[in-house]
Design a protein around this ligand. Structure first.
Ligand SMILES: *Cc1c(COP(=O)(O)O)cnc(C)c1O
Length: 399
């Protein structure tokens, strides 16, 4: 198993048959430049120290591994811990990656950063680090998402970013990525594209994973301190898959630690009604990588649906497709209704309002914990806080 950790991706960015670099020719040179710069930065003490400093002093790491006692009691089974990425500056795990990439952008002499965003959390993280480093920032966001996540649009604007509404197609994340890639092709000499998940062309899936592995590294240390043994189960929601791979990666070599990724089941597993790529998705290429994609028999990308904008995407990060083939990570899904219930459950039992994305992982814990023994432990990645979702939930519940 240890070989999994060290061998993927290979030099061409492949995780087994997944990943790679499927981009317009004009982007090949900048992607290679980025990969080379990243390899240099990774072993540069000054880079590592500055990133560590920013993660700690600016973003608020390490985040607590919180023992959710009331939740554990109410579910009656395994002991539950929450990895509190919701307590980070800007309210989600996204800042880990945004800080890493903005340091790379500065190393490469770029004066401008761009990003795509779904729920707006990655846009906010990017706008935040751009402000912190005095860089121009443009964020592409689907017009539908701008409506669903109005609070985050305002935050980005307050942080000095330009938010560009994308009105093509379904007006959500996929279209926002297209626009960001179009911008990058045009402005590549001055601009770094801060991609927000473990998705897209090499080196992004690897790089984004590496910037988030701090989640799992800390959790491993913290659980060993508290329980003196490794956890039995790790749970995380999977949009592109960055918070999940961040938590899972340092445990991949520990075969007896079950890793479970939770995708968005939306209204249920019917065409166009969900975003669970491992339920009815097929191998294809989308926006830079070969991976599992929700598509029709002609290879056209299908519409997706999730209550949470951050999970509402037709492709999954290539490393997840690989880990599923290897049998190392299990993937399941929960529906909008289950996520909404979990959202209320965590709020009422622990006084923690989770992001709707994170509520998907909580929903799986609600199903799983009662089937386990009290001496077993579950760590849930609480990827973000739910302030951004409060208005949407209030409308749905008539609060
Ligand atoms: C963006 C986001 C996600 C989904 O993205 P991943 O790359 O799959 O982690 C999950 N939770 C929160 C809070 C997010 O902001």
């Amino acid at each position: 198993m240890q070989k999994l950790v060290t061998q993927v991706p290979d030099a061409t960015g492949h995780f087994g048959p997944y990943g790679g670099m499927f981009v317009p020719e004009t982007l090949m040179a900048p992607l290679h430049e980025l990969a080379q710069e990243y390899e240099k930065a990774k072993v540069d003490k000054a880079f590592r120290n500055e990133l560590k400093f920013l993660l700690e002093e600016y973003a608020g790491r390490p985040t607590p591994l919180y023992r959710a006692e009331r939740m554990t009691q109410r579910l009656g089974g395994a002991k539950i811990y929450l990895k509190r990425e919701d307590l980070l500056h800007t309210g989600a795990h996204k800042i880990n990656n945004a800080l890493g990439q903005v340091l790379l952008a500065r190393r490469m002499g770029k004066k401008r950063v761009i990003a795509e965003t779904g729920a707006g959390q990655h846009g906010v993280a990017t706008a935040t680090v751009a402000a912190r480093f005095g860089l121009e920032c443009v964020v592409y966001m689907g017009a539908v998402d701008m409506e669903r996540q109005a609070l985050n649009v305002t935050r980005m604007r307050l942080l000095g970013a330009t938010v560009v509404p994308v009105t093509a197609g379904q007006k959500t994340l996929k279209e926002a990525v297209n626009e960001a890639m179009r911008d990058w092709v045009t402005n590549v000499r001055t601009t770094h594209y801060i991609l927000g998940s473990a998705l897209g062309s090499h080196p992004y899936p690897m790089m984004v994973r590496d910037f988030h592995r701090v989640i799992g590294d800390e959790a491993r240390r913290q659980i060993l301190e508290r329980e003196e043994h490794l956890p039995d189960v790790l749970l995380a929601c999977v949009g592109g898959g960055s918070n999940a791979i961040g938590l899972f990666y340092p445990f991949i070599g520990d075969k007896h630690v079950r890793c479970i990724g939770v995708e968005a089941g939306g209204h249920g597993i019917k065409p166009g009604q969900h975003a669970a790529r491992f339920q009815g998705g097929a191998l294809g290429v989308l926006q830079g990588a070969r991976t599992f994609i929700l598509q029709d028999s002609n290879g056209q990308i299908m519409n997706t649906h999730s209550i949470s904008a951050g999970l509402d995407y037709a492709a999954v990060g290539p490393e997840h497709a690989y880990l599923r083939d290897e049998g190392r990570v299990e993937y399941t899904y929960c529906t909008d209704g289950e996520a909404l219930k979990a959202f209320r459950f965590l709020s009422e039992t622990e006084g923690i309002i989770p992001a709707l994305e994170s509520a998907h992982a909580v929903a799986e814990a609600i199903k799983l914990a009662p089937t386990l023994r009290p001496d077993q432990t579950i760590i849930i990645c609480l990827s973000g806080r739910g302030d951004k979702d409060v208005q949407q939930v209030a409308q749905m519940l008539g609060l």
